[in-house]
Design a protein around this ligand. Structure first.
Ligand SMILES: Nc1nc2c(ncn2[C@@H]2O[C@H](COP(=O)(O)OP(=O)(O)OP(=O)(O)O)[C@@H](O)[C@H]2O)c(=O)[nH]1
Ligand SMILES: [Mg+2]
Length: 445
């Protein structure tokens, strides 16, 4: 294992920056560049020391620093580590890093510190991903869920399920020893019950995945409707910002506009789109195609109609297109009276005067179900896919028990389920998958 180094703080102006070093030669490399009252190897672990970083070739002073030493295995990575606090700004940390490289360290890859922490058993893959979630958290609620999984809540659940599957495997092996005697084994009832409980537990976790995804990636709300019904006015009202151009001319919006808001801790991305109609020109045509594309990825569609006029054929055609999606019907311009009899459940608002906007917020809130934020555990597609695969194997095993299939066959399914869960926590995960996950990290984490 070589020794790696990287700047751990973001580039730019600031009070301090930090350079990290990790690996078997961290202390020796540090010593080649550090000059203080004591030598680094004599620092008691967990203590910090003032001194200077010098160019190892020329002896030129590069920065005044504080060095903190960790001895393996009591560090983030589980290896010997140094954290060198430099002055802030772009240059000091860079110069210190360069000196460390000259002294024998290698530039770290993105996420390499965390990857080493994982290899050394400091955390599992789910926890490593949660660390990234915490860094990327867009809202307080995102950070709460990320921290919960960083401290191992999801990992624990997965490991418990895996232990129970191991018990099932052992039971199956036991009954395998008796198959010659054509007996009905009482343990089969027990196995069936355990498998049922496990599949139920996994199902519940999977059901909440969609909200977990929306929490991490943001809920996508797309505003649609025919031209001039007030979509852009509604977009601006939701964002509390005059971001979209509003005019009385139909066909004003061409491009897809987007903006972030936060609703009850959930990050929400709102999209304003071109009004849907047979396009009158090239630009509008492209705009409408874009609008349709973004509609496909919507978690929630706000279908807007102009309440000051009667419902038209065009409105109904758009409604037919979106009605299978999760949607809310918005009857806008209610300050001008409401002439629409259809859609009794529609929300009457005025995007202009903001009348009814609170109810719209309430309706969106209901879909996000923020009271049950604590139940969200699954926030990555990788987790979702693995759990779904494990569930399929468990259900197959359940079926096997019911149909009286041979124990070997049932045991195979149980084993596959266990292996799927092992790859979920990163115990048997291919290098490629790890490369992909860690490539999303910053250098220095
Ligand atoms: N009285 C009233 N007028 C509104 C309301 N919402 C929008 N309008 C007006 O309706 C016109 C069209 O509004 P936009 O927000 O540009 O409508 P749009 O649906 O985005 O239109 P396109 O981008 O052309 O598809 C503008 O003159 C707005 O001021 C409302 O709630 N009440
Ligand atoms: Mg518009």
């Amino acid at each position: 294992m070589d020794t790696i180094a990287a700047i751990a703080t973001p580039p730019g102006r600031g009070a301090i920056s930090m350079v990290r070093v990790s690996g078997p030669h961290a202390l020796q490399i540090g010593e080649r560049v550090f000059k203080g009252r004591k030598r680094i190897r004599d620092f008691p672990p967990g203590t910090f020391h003032h001194g200077f970083i010098l160019d190892p070739d020329t002896g030129r002073k590069l920065d005044e620093v504080v060095v903190l030493v960790y001895h393996a295995p009591h560090s983030f990575t589980g290896e010997d580590m140094l954290e060198i606090t430099t002055h802030g700004g772009l240059i000091p940390a860079r110069r210190v890093l360069r000196a460390l490289i000259k002294a024998g360290a290698r530039m770290a890859e993105p996420g390499e510190f965390t990857r080493r922490a994982m290899l050394n058993g400091k955390m599992d893959l789910i926890q490593a991903e949660s660390l990234l979630d915490l860094i990327d958290a867009k809202t307080e609620a995102c950070a709460d869920v990320a921290l919960k999984n960083l401290t191992g809540e999801l990992s624990e659940r997965i490991k418990k399920i895996r232990e129970k599957l191991l018990e099932v495997s052992m039971e199956l092996e036991l009954s395998l020893d008796f198959t010659d005697q054509d007996l009905i084994f009482p343990s089969h009832e027990k196995i069936k019950k355990t498998l049922e409980e496990l599949s139920q537990e996994i199902k519940e976790m999977i059901e909440r995945w969609n909200r977990g995804r929306m929490l991490m990636e943001g809920m996508r709300i797309v505003i649609t409707g025919k031209p001039n019904v007030g979509k852009s006015t509604l977009f601006n009202a939701l964002l509390s910002e005059e971001k979209a151009i509003v005019t009385e001319e139909p066909g004003t919006t061409r491009d897809v506009l987007e903006g972030w808001i936060e609703i009850e801790g959930f990050p929400v991305k709102v999209f304003d789109t071109a009004g849907l109609r047979p396009a009158e020109g090239k630009v509008e045509k492209i705009g409408i195609e874009r609008a349709k594309r973004v509609l496909e990825s919507a978690d929630l569609v706000l279908f807007v109609v102009d309440g000051s006029q009667e419902l038209s054929q065009e409105d109904m055609e758009i409604y037919e297109e979106i009605k299978e999606k999760q949607h809310l019907i918005i009857i806008n311009k209610c300050d001008l009276g409401c002439r629409i009899k259809e859609f009794p459940g529609g929300l009457r608002i005025s995007a202009l005067t903001h009348e009814g906007m609170e109810r719209l917020h309430e309706e969106i809130k209901k879909l996000l179900n923020p009271e049950e934020l604590g139940d969200i555990l699954i926030t990555h597609e990788r987790h979702y896919n693995a759990l779904r695969t494990a569930l399929q194997y468990i259900e197959e095993a359940e079926k096997g028990v019911e149909e009286g299939r041979g124990e070997e066959l049932i045991a195979e399914d149980v084993k596959f389920a266990r292996e799927t869960l092992s790859s979920l926590v990163g115990e048997i995960t291919s290098e490629e998958i790890l490369d992909e996950i860690f490539s999303n990290f910053c250098i220095g984490k």
